[in-house]
Write a protein that binds this ligand. Structure first.
Ligand SMILES: Nc1ncnc2c1ncn2[C@@H]1O[C@H](COP(=O)(O)OP(=O)(O)OP(=O)(O)O)[C@@H](O)[C@H]1O
Ligand SMILES: [Mg+2]
Length: 335
């Protein structure tokens, strides 16, 4: 348990569960009732001003947790408080204190210009005029949306829409921001903008941030603390470095040589894990820089091109849970 969180818990979960009843078709005219335990006895606290990553494989229960934290879903069991409020009982009162961004769908009005959505929020949240103006100006500038305010949301690119959604979530000065995959589908530049903005928001306004993502770099760059959920259970809560250690995660250097050659003689613990024609894959510890390895290969081999692949969260978690090194890899080209 986090020491700071214990002092001033802003978000508190104690033995929280969510069980869904689903009907499954099992044959002609036959349906079976079946229970899915999406969140299974989760307890944690988050202190005011913390920025925490909430990660785990598909279907782990992350979005379900966030929906309970906003009051959209009611827990099946356990105790849950955000700013002292029980979300599902006082959803409207809580709404004034939280902001939510679901990367997968927008809270903006699809056919209206961006600015009209903001005007509607101004009224819905009864934001004082001066505060609304000030927040709108600041957020629009920080997220570079000035030229897009009159564009209907449906005409925005994914990255523009996402930034638009982040502004919408923050117009009423929430104390906590839940982000459910805010960088999904964004290009490198847009991701960097969103991350820089979140870092600033957290540093300057002490906004508490709970961030769900499949991009390990989001976590690396933003969160000192990470919680891992798997099959509805909290399996890790601590520093990202500790997660890497327990997962012994590795990055992969992919090199293209001028021609097909025997496996590169790499300095251990780096080693060649795959060869395909002139392309070779080398695994090396995620905690080490790729520079030394690259320099050495470049000096001794006809190097044409290279890229470094980060371990993705699923791979790190899989290793941590099962000692399994197989997992998808998410590529990140080296400039
Ligand atoms: N409304 C619902 N009715 C029935 N089952 C649901 C419902 N919502 C979620 N589930 C189930 O609960 C489990 C957890 O889903 P959840 O959306 O919380 O996962 P997640 O961690 O957000 O995954 P992802 O990374 O894919 O977004 C899944 O097995 C899902 O099928
Ligand atoms: Mg989800």
């Amino acid at each position: 348990m986090d020491a700071v969180g214990a002092v001033d818990p802003f978000i508190e979960l104690d033995g929280v569960e969510k069980v869904f009843e689903v009907r499954r078709k099992t044959g002609f005219m036959r349906r079976e009732r079946h229970r899915v335990r999406a969140v299974d006895s989760i307890s944690f606290t988050v202190a005011r001003g913390e920025m925490v990553g909430y990660i785990g494989p598909n279907g782990a229960g992350k979005s379900t947790t966030i929906k309970m934290l906003t009051g959209i879903l009611t827990p099946s069991a356990g105790r849950l408080r955000v700013a002292g409020i029980e979300p599902s009982r006082e959803r409207t009162r809580l709404a004034h204190r939280i902001g939510v961004v679901f990367g997968q769908r927008t809270t903006l009005w699809w056919d209206l210009p961006l600015i009209d959505s903001y005007r509607l929020m101004h009224r819905m949240y009864r934001i004082p005029d001066a505060r609304y103006r000030e927040n709108l100006d600041r957020l629009v500038e920080l997220l570079e949306l000035g030229s897009l305010l009159d564009v209907p949301v449906r005409q925005l690119s994914l990255g523009q829409r996402m930034r638009g959604d982040i502004v919408a979530a923050l117009l009423h000065d929430p104390e906590v921001l839940y982000l459910d995959e805010p960088t999904i589908g964004l290009d490198v530049v847009s991701k960097a903008k969103v991350r820089e903005f979140l870092r600033q928001l957290n540093a300057e306004r002490a906004t508490t941030v709970l961030l769900t993502t499949h991009d390990l770099q989001d976590i690396e760059q933003l969160c000192s603390r990470v919680m891992v959920i798997d099959h509805g259970r909290l399996v890790y809560d601590g520093a990202l470095a500790g997660l890497h250690e327990s997962g012994e995660s590795e990055r992969t250097l992919v090199v293209d040589l001028a021609r097909e050659l025997p496996p590169i003689d790499a300095p251990p613990p780096a080693r060649v894990v795959r060869v395909e024609g002139p392309r070779q894959w080398l695994a090396f510890p995620a905690s080490e820089s790729a520079a030394g390895l690259v320099a050495r290969i470049a000096a001794e081999y006809p190097l044409v091109d290279l890229s470094v692949r980060e371990p993705d969260i699923e791979a790190v978690i899989a290793k941590m849970l099962h000692g399994d090194s197989h997992g998808k890899e998410v590529g990140r080209p080296v400039p």
